[in-house]
Design a protein. Structure first.
Length: 326
């Protein structure tokens, strides 16, 4: 288990405080780990996850609020730059936060999980990944610590975004590709974010954090365009929560066919067949009966009209009942 020590405060553009620790793996590779937010007070160490979770939540709220304000200014014509083109609201919001030094986890050497970020977290903008430190590059799909900042003198991959890449040239074993190969050699845990098409998102895509993986193999192959491309095989580390993208698929399935994700015992989504304003579910975990016995759903109450003779009898009985001495 890693031990944490607070680093002395720095001045200038450097972060005000950071957490560093050294983790030794079986190959004697030293991996420095750093994080922008400071440790909580000793009395709150047990609640550390909630402390960092709150930091991430506030950063996302700040990003979202700035983006909405910038969109409002753009609609008024106040967000026009010198070129006359509107600046992307998400890019500008992230830039404002970066200028003020409120991005989280900015150190490129952070390996493994990010404090306060859980498997399954969903992001609507790629810039959000940069703001919280889950993935530090705006466009490139492989984020890595460069050789100049690695204790081994070699680039080490820290996170990747899987979203169906493209090929426009012959790949070389350098940059991010080399970093992935080196991460395989040292057994480095890599954060995997999966880009999923989603029409309701402002960017028509959402980014789901799938958890930690390890590269176990790589090879050169011929791509669709005929260029040579490097391919990597990653295996998910055991003991984590369910894959974020899998949970997203369950949510989509729930809208289309809720029976595929419901617990056993549910047989019908709505026995009223749409006659009620709210659906009436049918649940039975005692036997295999899938229909209510002699039961017809009525959307409105039916008031029975009794014959006049019955009303007269009821009135007579009522009068006599009052005269009965008890």
């Amino acid at each position: 288990m890693a031990s944490y020590a607070e680093r002395p405060r720095t001045s200038g553009a450097a972060e005000s405080s950071a957490i560093t620790s050294m983790v030794e793996d079986p190959n004697h590779y030293t991996r420095p780990i750093a994080s922008a937010p400071p440790l909580p007070p000793p009395a709150s160490v047990r609640k550390g996850h909630f402390y960092f979770r709150d930091l991430v939540r506030r950063s996302r709220i700040t990003f979202g609020s700035l983006r909405v304000l910038i969109l409002r200014d753009n609609s008024r014509g106040e967000g026009l730059g010198s070129s006359g083109k509107k600046t992307g609201a998400d890019l500008k919001a992230a830039a404002l936060m970066n200028d003020r030094g409120i991005w989280l986890n900015r150190d490129k050497r952070i390996i493994g999980s990010i404090p306060g970020i859980d498997v399954g977290n969903v992001y609507f903008f790629r810039m959000e990944l940069c703001v919280v430190g889950l993935h530090g590059l705006v466009q490139a799909g492989i984020d890595y610590a460069p050789a100049s900042r690695s204790s081994s003198g070699e680039p080490i991959a820290t996170s990747i975004i899987v979203s169906g890449g493209y090929e426009d040239d012959m790949m070389k074993l350098e940059g991010g590709n080399l970093a992935l190969e080196r991460s395989m050699t040292y057994g480095i845990e890599i954060r995997v974010i999966r880009g999923v098409k989603f029409d309701q998102s402002p960017t028509r895509r959402v980014y789901v954090y799938d958890g930690l993986y390890k590269v176990v193999d790589f090879w050169m192959d011929s791509g669709k365009s005929g260029f040579g491309v490097y391919k990597y095989k990653l295996l998910r580390i055991k003991g984590q929560e369910e894959m974020g993208s899998a949970m997203l698929k369950v949510a989509v399935s729930l809208r289309v066919n809720s029976f595929s994700v419901r617990n056993s015992g549910f047989f019908c989504n709505d026995i009223s067949m749409g006659r009620e304003s709210l659906p009436v579910l049918l649940y039975n975990d005692l036997d295999d009966d899938q229909h209510p016995l002699h039961c017809e759903d009525l959307a409105r109450p039916i008031i029975l009209q009794l014959p006049r003779t019955s009303l007269m009898v009821m009135e007579w009985v009522g009068v006599n009942a009052e005269r009965i001495p008890w």
